[in-house]
Design a protein around this ligand. Sequence first.
Ligand code: AMP
Ligand code: MG
Length: 269
Amino acid sequence: MNKIYSYQLAGKNKVSLSDYDPDDTGKFHSKAQALRDLAKHQEKLFELQELLYADASRALLVVLQGMDAAGKDGTIRHIFTGVNPQGCQVTSFKVPSPEELQHDFLWRVHRAVPARGMIGIFNRSHYEDVLVVRVHQNLSRKELANRFDEINAFEEMLVRNGVIILKFFLHISQEEQKTRLESRLHQRTKYWKVSPSDLAERQYWDDYLEAYEDVFRYSSSKDAPWYIIPANKKWYRNVAISQILVDALAALKLKYPKPKFKIARLKVE
Ligand code: AMP
Ligand code: MG
């Protein structure tokens, strides 16, 4: 079995993040080696996405979660650069707007689910409602349990409707986060990414870990698994996630649709 599948959580089991090494680089010994494989994965993703689009019966939903500076933006940039923008849609979930807050927490999420034929990437997701909201708004145990039920029912419904769901937690260490946040303070081109709230959130690190461990425990399933991706090394994070995406799309064994009319009879005048 490829090492990356040991990062997969497919059942409702208790998870301790300390069992997962954020520095792991699997079978890769160098960045150069990983970049070669990433290039191959990008090429395959391009082909498989075209097929997904042509077939138009299934959709792929990629959920990206992680602490601040875990690399969600970078993951999207590096893995999906080669994919046809027409078949791919990224949604970044921010603090809910007043209108969004007037609805149930899944309202804005459901609208962003990819249509058949599309790849949808969630940069943050409905999971923020059991993460940041839990850490800061004191959800009761009952409210939290309800939200997990609602998330599971929602994802199950999507799966039944042909959506492939893959959920990735980009696992970085607290030291790595410090290095990344500090480096943003020292590069003019990174200032725009700096938010004082990210620095303040660091003091809640342990609360977030606990919240994430519950996410893994209560919302992993065979059809909508979580993957805890070692993400201290960006090149490993990219090669691991892209491999999982390629495998999932290839496993669909999609074929280009047959023509609905006799091609041989058609003539371009
Ligand atoms: P960024 O990902 O850096 O653009 O920041 C987006 C911010 O929006 C993060 O601080 C998230 O925690 C926050 N956010 C996203 N979804 C929610 C939500 N449902 N409730 C509260 N805050 C959220
Ligand atoms: Mg941020």
